[in-house]
Ligand binder design. Structure first.
Ligand code: TXA
Ligand code: MG
Length: 318
């Protein structure tokens, strides 16, 4: 198992020698290595068992460092960056040669983000290079929102996990690219579309479920637990499957007659931010139970509810 700790200097030294470690962010934990070092990047793909056609997000702590590895920042990108960074927003920007093609899977744009997490920002400030970091889960499994989640699945493959507590947003960043300065949303995430539109006006959303791996972040099988997830009306599902063993992931309420330990409520008060924060840990918790199915309902399709529903549908599409 990996060592879990809060030693930023130790984390920095490991990364400087080409190691790959777990790092906290406000969205989900990342599996991080030197983005300028192809050996470290190759290790990330290997540890995650991630196909080489699925590019990585590059993390750093300042716009001035970003200017060192991207060719240009469109005006609308700059506006979004100024309003939302540090935060759960990833921008696709034309890369300079210093970013290895391996990081972007040969694409001309690099995905960049400044995460909003004090520990990781301190680590990024300490380093002379940015960190390539996908979510720290095996490819296609549910993303991790705690150091323990990372340790559960990747602990035997990495030397260290920097512990920054539970991820406060709990769902991956929103990914935005640009065509002629026009923002296009490629992945729904922790920054709500509504907030983006307050800054840059109406945006095009191209983040619908698809099994086309060339559409970023859109592989259907992403985010799936091992147990079969079925989405629908929970009461009806309970009736239809009454002789089977199942767990419930509900938005606000517990269901009578079902053992409490088989139920997970995302937010008793109906708060979508809280629901997002609890989503992945909830799926992981229910996935450990001796059941065949996880029944879930969709949440209201507004604010972070859009991203939550996107992840639930992907989990069910396995
Ligand atoms: O919140 C997050 O974004 C987390 C934390 C760790 O920062 N990271 C994360 O990374 O979710 P990952 O690798 O699990 O998902 C990144 C997605 C991928 O699905 C990939 O297709 C897309 O970003 N992506 C990365 N680089 C891209 C590029 N150059 N062009 C298009 N899509 C890209
Ligand atoms: Mg991921």
């Amino acid at each position: 198992m990996a060592l879990i700790g809060t030693d930023i200097e130790h984390a920095a030294k490991l990364i400087e020698t080409g190691e790959v470690i777990g790092i906290p962010t406000e969205t989900v934990y990342g599996l991080a290595g030197n983005a300028f070092n192809t050996d470290a990047v190759t290790r990330i793909f290997k540890i995650k068992k991630r196909p080489s056609f699925d590019p990585l997000i590059v993390h750093t702590d300042s716009l001035s460092k970003i200017r060192g590895f991207v060719k240009a920042i469109p005006e609308s990108a700059l506006k979004l960056a100024e309003c939302s960074w540090p935060g759960p927003l990833t921008l696709l920007l034309p890369k300079k040669n210093i970013i290895p093609d391996l990081v972007t899977s040969g694409l001309p744009d690099v995905a960049v983000r400044i995460p909003d997490h004090a520990t990781t920002l301190a680590l990024l400030q300490r380093l002379a290079f940015p960190l390539a970091a996908p979510s720290a889960n095996p490819f296609s499994y549910v993303s991790p929102t705690s150091a323990q989640h990372v340790n559960d699945q990747l602990g035997d493959k990495i030397p260290y996990i920097l512990n920054g507590g539970g991820s406060t947003v709990g769902i991956e960043s929103t990914i935005i690219g640009f065509e002629n300065n026009q923002p296009i949303v490629y992945r729904l995430g922790g920054l709500a579309i509504k907030k983006i539109e307050e800054v840059v006006g109406k945006v095009k959303v191209m983040a619908h479920s698809s099994s086309d791996p060339t559409t970023p972040g859109s592989l259907k099988s992403h985010y799936a637990p091992d147990k079969k997830v079925i989405i629908g009306d929970i009461k009806q599902l309970i009736n239809t499957y009454k002789d089977r063993r199942f767990a419930l992931l509900s938005f606000q309420k517990y269901y009578e007659g079902i053992p409490a330990e088989n139920q997970l409520v995302l937010s008793a008060t109906g708060d979508l931010d809280e629901a997002a924060k609890n989503l992945f840990s909830g799926l992981r918790q229910l996935d450990k139970l001796p059941v065949e199915y996880i029944f879930s309902e969709l949440v209201p399709p507004e604010d972070l509810g859009l991203a939550i529903n996107d992840r639930l549908k992907r989990a069910a599409a396995k």
